[in-house]
Design a binder for this molecule. Structure first.
Ligand SMILES: [Fe+2]
Length: 214
């Protein structure tokens, strides 16, 4: 699939795999949701200051397609769309609270994206732990935390993909994040507390993937 940014530049990005065809029969526009998510992410994240972040986002979307068999067929395009958009809140023009998952979710809500998609972004990869560290627990509950298969698959895609899009084990990714942020920072503290829950999400998703492929 080719997407364009506001300047009309084109870039080939992975589409929503064969599942967009599955959904086409009974839910019009699902593949457009993914295409729109990819284009919106590109517009905000493919900038000079966020070049590595864009590499990461593209790879997370690809990884989400790879693990999409672990969620219900009806949720597969939602998962891929959320992967495209999960880090959009890092865009400087969207910063509001400084917590990228919440800022991104609020932006998506303003644009009229489905609440479920915005909520997956708000809570991705254990964001509730960061909300506690930042004193934003009352803000993040604007978005329901659905947990379950899609949230765990999204966390797996994010946490097995490195900051420049390289494939990483969960353990290496956690070490990379903890090493990148100072020990007394909110992100470091939050990820340290989130680690057992996130490890379980990834483990369960990998087990589901193995079962799906056997
Ligand atoms: Fe990410």
């Amino acid at each position: 699939m080719t997407v364009r940014d506001v300047r009309g530049r084109r870039e080939d990005v992975p589409i929503c795999g064969p599942w967009s065809r599955l959904r086409a029969a009974n839910l019009r526009g699902v593949s457009d949701l993914v295409a729109g998510a990819a284009a919106l992410a590109r517009r905000h994240v493919n900038t000079a200051n966020l070049a590595n972040r864009w590499l990461h986002v593209k790879a997370v979307a690809q990884r989400a397609e790879e693990v999409a068999g672990t969620v219900e067929p009806a949720d597969r395009c939602l998962l891929v769309a959320a992967a495209w958009l999960h880090d959009i809140g890092y865009a400087p023009d969207l910063v509001e609270t400084g917590m990228h998952s919440l800022d991104g979710a609020r932006y998506l809500r303003r644009l009229g994206y489905p609440l479920r998609l915005a909520a997956l972004v708000a809570h991705h990869s254990g964001a509730r732990f960061e909300a506690i560290e930042r004193g934003l627990t009352r803000a993040i509950v604007e978005f329901p935390d659905e947990g379950g298969l899609v949230a765990e698959a999204l966390a797996t895609a994010d946490l097995t993909t490195g900051p420049r899009g390289q494939r990483m084990t969960f353990e290496a990714r956690m070490a990379e994040i903890l090493g990148r942020y100072p020990e007394d920072s909110t992100v470091h503290q939050a990820m340290r507390r989130a680690r057992p829950a996130l490890a379980a999400y990834v483990q369960r998703t990998i087990e589901r993937l193995s079962a799906d492929q056997s």
